[in-house]
Design a protein around this ligand. Structure first.
Ligand code: AMP
Ligand code: ZN
Length: 496
């Protein structure tokens, strides 16, 4: 059987060329995909989730097209300094002091949180999820190679990449961001380690650890820890090779992180490491970029359980997913109460149609062109994963379902099967939405909570009527089922 990808022309916007290019993988039928993962020193916020969700959709579509995808998304658990670049401000060391935890306890705590969020939002797991701390040896080897070839130098126990030397050899640091070296010098702030560097724009491959720095490893240059940029080069090279198909991340990683990855790759191997660079745009909330540092952020679970000051109610994870997918991954998306309420309406309309779809009657002939409609769904996705256009076609599908259902249009059995298969593919497999009615656990918990709340109300009434036999019976029988009621100042609460 031929794979779907052989009949489709997928175009991807390549940030390196600034153009949409036809996607041709290095090895027919196989795709190597690397996405920069989270820095696990705090909870992921909803903005981070948007970026990872965009790549989840991209991964899902590549799989649907029949590609065999090796999807590597790392966990950054070492070496990511805060913006001022001060070694004492290693994110993990700082957080571990704050929380009075071992740095690896910080890492574990927030890795567990990250995985919980991904499960809740129906993410497919990557095929490899490597950690920076698990690849220190590879990072030391790469650093040594860069010193040996003259692209890096040691200075006072740290090792820096020599950007001026790189450019002298005819390479072009700044190519991804259209920046030249003079701009870079002008824009370099007075960061830690400047006096150790030959040139202000040189970046660290390895940092010497001060006595107080707890995360430290032995190296040929003394005890220290790896630079953040190098970890992605080490892990992508190890699992995807010196050249691979797609590298992704949020737009804010374009500079300097991805620029440095290109320089490291070219310096090590003599050619570009990545064929297609993909960057997702930012999530804003009420017009401002979502970010931990400004305080304008919401945790994903706060949106799901309604425990926040920004939204009037809670939203099912699939509604959040639907909202995100209604924007193209390269556009800014603003999330607000109105936007979420509108997404909920749209999502419910879609799911009502999906329920009807299962019992539509087949006729002897078709009055709708389902094949043409299916083709435009694929065209939208092939045009740089244009999910908002694809969703607008899904609503044309919803219209088809409704008019076949009320008898104003007809479909023969073949077209009916095609309509059902196409809707299922895009709604469930590619967008990753979940039909609440069918998904079980979420809606079961809701039903159970509603039932217990009702029993609490009946118990309150029984107590008001001085019918203590009944009120005790409700409490005791719930307890026997493992549901404990607690009476407090604010009323009765329960744990399931
Ligand atoms: P970090 O853990 O800070 O490295 O971020 C993980 C990913 O989330 C990176 O790819 C960032 O570019 C991305 N990211 C951070 N803030 C936002 C935002 N407001 N909207 C979308 N993506 C974001
Ligand atoms: Zn990275």
């Amino acid at each position: 059987m031929t794979s779907l990808y052989s009949n489709q022309t997928l175009k991807i916007y390549n940030s390196l060329s600034g153009e949409k290019e036809i996607f041709t993988p290095l090895h027919t039928g196989n795709v190597g995909l690397y996405v920069c993962g989270p820095t696990v020193y705090s909870n992921v916020h909803l903005g981070n989730v948007r970026t990872f969700m965009s790549f989840d959709m991209i991964y899902r579509y590549l799989l649907h097209l029949g590609f065999k995808v090796r999807y590597v998304r790392n966990i950054t658990d070492a070496g990511h300094l805060t913006d001022d670049g001060n070694v004492e401000n290693d994110r993990f060391v700082k957080q571990s002091r704050l929380e009075k935890l071992e740095p690896m306890e910080v890492v574990q705590k927030y890795t567990v949180d990250f995985r919980k969020v991904l499960d809740e939002f129906n993410f497919l797991p990557p095929t490899i999820e490597p950690t920076a701390t698990g690849h220190i040896v590879e990072q030391i080897e790469l650093t040594q190679k860069l010193i040996d070839t003259g692209f890096a130098y040691e200075s006072q126990g740290s090792v820096y990449f020599d950007v001026v030397e790189y450019n002298k050899r005819g390479l072009n640091y700044g190519e991804l961001n259209n920046r030249n070296i003079d701009d870079l010098i002008a824009n370099t702030r007075d960061l830690d380690g400047q006096n150790e560097k030959k040139n202000p724009q040189d970046f660290a491959l390895w940092k010497k650890a001060s006595p107080a720095h707890i995360m430290r490893w032995n190296s040929p240059w003394g005890e220290g820890f790896p630079g953040w940029h190098l970890e992605c080069t080490a892990m992508s090279t190890k699992y995807l090779g010196q050249e691979f198909d797609i590298h992704g991340g949020g737009m804010d990683l374009k500079f300097p992180h991805h620029e440095c990855e290109i320089a490291q790759g070219k310096a090590c191997n003599g050619h570009a490491p990545v064929r297609y660079w993909m960057h997702t745009n930012m999530l804003t909330m009420n017009g401002l970029r979502m970010s931990k540092s400004t305080g304008n952020y919401i945790l994903p679970m706060q949106l799901v359980n309604g425990d926040n000051d920004f939204f009037e109610k809670e939203f099912h994870p699939s509604i959040v997913r639907f909202c995100f997918m209604q924007a193209h991954y390269r556009s800014v998306l603003d999330i607000s109460n109105d936007a979420m309420m509108a997404s909920e309406k749209g999502f419910n309309r879609l799911m009502e149609a999906m329920d009807k779809l299962k019992s539509l009657p087949a006729s002897s002939s078709s009055s709708l062109d389902i094949t043409a409609w299916k083709n435009v769904c694929y065209e939208a996705m092939n045009d740089d994963f244009n999910t908002p256009i694809m969703i607008s076609h899904l609503f044309e599908g919803v219209r088809f379902i409704n008019i076949v259902n009320d008898g104003t249009a007809t479909l023969n059995a073949t077209d009916l099967a095609l309509l059902e298969q196409t809707m299922n593919t895009f709604v469930y497999d590619v967008l990753g939405l979940v039909n609440e009615k069918e998904s079980g656990s979420q809606s079961h918990v809701k039903k159970l909570e509603g039932t217990v709340a009702l029993l609490i109300e009946m118990r309150n009434q029984a107590r008001a009527d001085r019918n203590f036999a009944l009120s005790d019976q409700i409490r005791d029988q719930l307890l026997a089922l493992g549901i404990q009621l607690k009476d407090g100042k604010e009323g009765t609460t329960f744990t399931l």
